[in-house]
Design a protein around this ligand. Structure first.
Ligand code: GLU
Length: 285
């Protein structure tokens, strides 16, 4: 198998040391295996994505000395593919329109919590067809996956976590996740799963903060007949406070390190060897 890895920044802010670490690992793995390293711009969220952050991300990667193969893939150019996949799930009776607002969901006392917050209480899951049709004509709605029904179709699912063996996916822990949002034609889960398959990604290398998402990605792969890549969820870069870096940590932004005269290629070599600048550390959540 030819190794194909990717780095997939969302252009909603500046890249920081955590992004650099992820990009370096994915780039290094591909190059060491004589494979390919692709770049994907996760700009599905039109209201938050900004072109200046796309340009800045490409400049940061070049400064780190990381080259990528082919043109960057833009999620905003793949909306038709996401819509087609959603249609397929709709025809299988596995998704339903949901009219609830955030406030409706928060007000539901019974909502238990999953890996990414409150689980959807299922209010719109079994609405009669006629009600759905009437409300869809006039109300904003998202599309949710009927997780229990979907898991009933696929049975147990697993993935291989490189270096750690087989992991059992637990998609039910996430409840009925959103696959297409009111304000965006696909959710992160749907877009990312389809893109990784269509790009031919063999190894998904990303931060350990996304390991729980893999539960959902495995389910979507099974429902949409997509191949399952190998996964490597790496430790997260944390700052002096021991918390993982966020886009607001300006001091760790690659732009500020570059402005401070740091050599990007030397930094990339250090990150690849697990050596972080003073004050930063790698931690597993
Ligand atoms: N665009 C996502 C992020 O910046 C990464 C998606 C992924 O690696 O699956 O968090």
């Amino acid at each position: 198998m030819t190794m194909l890895t990717r780095f997939a920044p969302s252009p909603t802010g500046e890249l920081h040391l955590g992004h650099a670490y992820s990009a370096v690992l994915a780039h290094e793995a591909a190059r060491a295996a004589g494979g390919s390293f692709l770049l994907r711009i996760d700009d599905i969220d039109g209201s938050r994505s900004r072109e200046e952050f796309v340009d800045a991300s490409l400049a940061d990667l070049a400064w780190l000395g990381l080259d990528w193969d082919g043109d960057p893939v833009r999620q905003s150019s793949r909306l038709g593919d996401y819509a087609a996949a959603l249609d397929r799930l709709r025809h299988q009776g596995l998704v339903y329109p949901c009219f609830c607002t955030r406030a409706d969901i928060a007000a539901s006392l019974s909502a238990p919590h999953g890996p990414s917050g409150a689980l959807y209480p299922g209010t719109c899951r079994n609405l009669p067809e006629s009600t759905r049709a009437r409300r869809m004509a006039v109300e904003a709605h998202c599309w949710r996956l009927d997780a229990a029904r979907a898991v009933g179709r696929t049975g147990a699912l697993r993935w291989e976590e490189v270096g750690h063996g087989v992991r059992i996916a637990d998609p039910l822990a996430h409840g009925d996740i959103v696959l297409a949002r009111k304000d965006a034609p696909a959710s992160y889960h749907l877009a990312s799963t389809l893109d990784d398959a269509d790009m031919g990604v063999s190894h998904v290398i990303r931060g350990a903060d996304l390991i729980a998402s893999t539960d959902v990605h495995r389910l979507l792969q099974a429902l949409l007949d997509l191949p399952t890549p190998l996964y490597r969820h790496h430790a997260l870069v944390c700052g002096r406070d021991g918390k993982r870096l966020a886009k607001r940590d300006a001091a760790a932004s690659l732009a500020s390190l570059r402005a401070a005269g740091i050599d990007g290629r030397a930094l990339a070599a250090d990150l690849g060897a697990g050596r972080l600048p003073t004050g930063y550390s790698l931690q597993n959540p």
